[in-house]
Design a protein around this ligand. Structure first.
Ligand SMILES: Nc1nc2c(ncn2[C@@H]2O[C@H](COP(=O)(O)OP(=O)(O)OP(=O)(O)O)[C@@H](O)[C@H]2O)c(=O)[nH]1
Length: 386
């Protein structure tokens, strides 16, 4: 098969065009839609770097070497480093730009110190080798994070394209040993160059599609969170708590016990009437934050309505629930609410119950915990009752 210059030039222009369009789309997501703005801007920068790097490489021979060699290598490397930083940026909102910048600066200096030698062999190996490692690390981060998501079929395979990109880069690095000299002119009509250009196009599509999927996952998670959380306290809302309770009751039928702790703030109307509704809201938020450290990751903290909350303690009996409830009661009562230079003492009445034989549904256990909480109120408040 004869490869013409027109073919390689068209393919190269397509790759540059795809990077350019992707850069625009990511920048729009960041600045107009405000979706994962920092990570989206990082992806826009990654695509822009790749587009400029390829354009510079295409001008080798026509423009001075000082513009088209080292700067193109640095921009290619920066593009992979930015991609590597964008992945954790999208998944966790923490963008590790420092290690990415350190890798780019260190390797750029190394490439600057290396002799050009006419065929750019070592520079090509450094860019694709380091690119493979950076994207591999991003793939591992994405895999681990996606696997750790609770309550859904594992979406970890979403990270697979990143491993494929890392593999393609590693192959590209290896091919520089087999066919030294490639990468010098991306318009070259050698078959290996055509193959590399197709790989570059595939990688462009893969990396942008994968990152777009990760952004979508982030949006879905945010929406799910909004649907199941109470906006004031960030505790589970009534619907989500009832669902967790129903699941726990189904588990109890299979032999796994659970207990409930009902919490009701004391004399809350008085607090609202004296300090105002905003102080009441602050007290609810404060109480939830204060007692959360008493709980394990598997425990579920829900707001049933108003100033009434309930904690679901899986694999816990009444004695265990009594210990947790007493710790919570003491914590709420330990520190007063500080509001406009004024201290307001807080307390809560708590009722506990465990699932028992004969409980047809979770509402029976909930009703017992509620009744126990009312007994605590009648006992003078600020106590735990079973
Ligand atoms: N600030 C604020 N107040 C709320 C919220 N939800 C319910 N409340 C108030 O909580 C108060 C509950 O009052 P009551 O049911 O009489 O109970 P209480 O004053 O705590 O009295 P006891 O439970 O018997 O100790 C009402 O005034 C509600 O308006 C909320 O989200 N924010």
């Amino acid at each position: 098969m004869t490869i013409t210059l027109a073919q390689t030039t068209t393919l190269l222009a397509t790759v540059v065009f795809m990077h350019g369009v992707s850069a625009l789309v990511w920048a729009t997501l960041a600045m107009v839609a405000r979706i994962a703005p920092r990570a989206s801007l990082t992806m826009a920068a990654a695509n822009a770097c790749a587009a400029v790097a390829l354009t510079l490489m295409a001008r080798r021979g026509a423009w001075p070497d000082a513009w088209t060699h080292w700067p193109a290598d640095v921009l290619n490397l920066a593009s992979f480093a930015l991609l590597g930083a964008a992945v954790p940026g999208i998944l966790t909102s923490r963008l590790p730009w420092r290690p990415a910048a350190a890798v780019v600066v260190a390797l750029s200096l190394v490439m600057l110190a290396l002799p050009d030698g006419g065929d750019m062999r070592w520079q090509t190996r450094i860019v694709s080798g380091a690119g493979a490692v950076l994207v591999l690390v991003a793939g591992v981060v994405a895999w681990r994070h996606l696997q750790g998501l609770h309550g859904r079929r594992t979406p970890a395979p979403l990270a697979l394209p990143l491993f494929l990109i890392a593999l393609l880069l590693a192959l590209s690095c290896a091919s520089s040993f087999v066919a030294p000299g490639h990468g010098h002119d991306p318009r070259s009509t050698e078959p290996i160059n055509l193959a590399l250009l197709w790989l570059a196009l595939l990688m462009t599509l893969l990396q942008n599609a994968t990152l777009a999927f990760l952004v979508m996952m982030r949006l879905i998670r945010r929406i799910e969170r909004l649907l199941e959380r109470d906006p004031l306290t960030d505790a589970l809302n009534r619907g989500a708590f009832d669902q967790a309770l129903a699941q726990a009751h189904a588990g109890w039928r299979r032999g796994r016990g659970y207990a409930l702790v009902m919490i009701d703030m004391d004399r809350f109307k008085q607090l609202n009437d004296t300090l105002g509704h905003a102080a009441g809201d602050a007290a609810l938020r404060w109480m939830v934050n204060e007692v959360r450290p008493c709980l394990r990751e598997v425990d579920r903290f829900g707001r049933l309505g108003g100033e009434e909350f309930c904690v679901l303690l899986p694999d816990t009996d009444i004695a265990g629930a009594a210990l947790v409830a007493e710790r919570m009661r003491a914590l709420v009562n330990a520190t007063p609410l500080r509001w406009l230079e004024q201290d307001w003492p807080l307390s809560a009445s708590l009722g506990i119950a465990e699932a028992e034989p004969g409980d047809a549904s979770a509402s029976a256990v909930l009703a017992r915990a509620d009744a126990a909480m009312y007994r605590a109120k009648h006992q003078g408040r600020n106590v735990v009752q079973a």
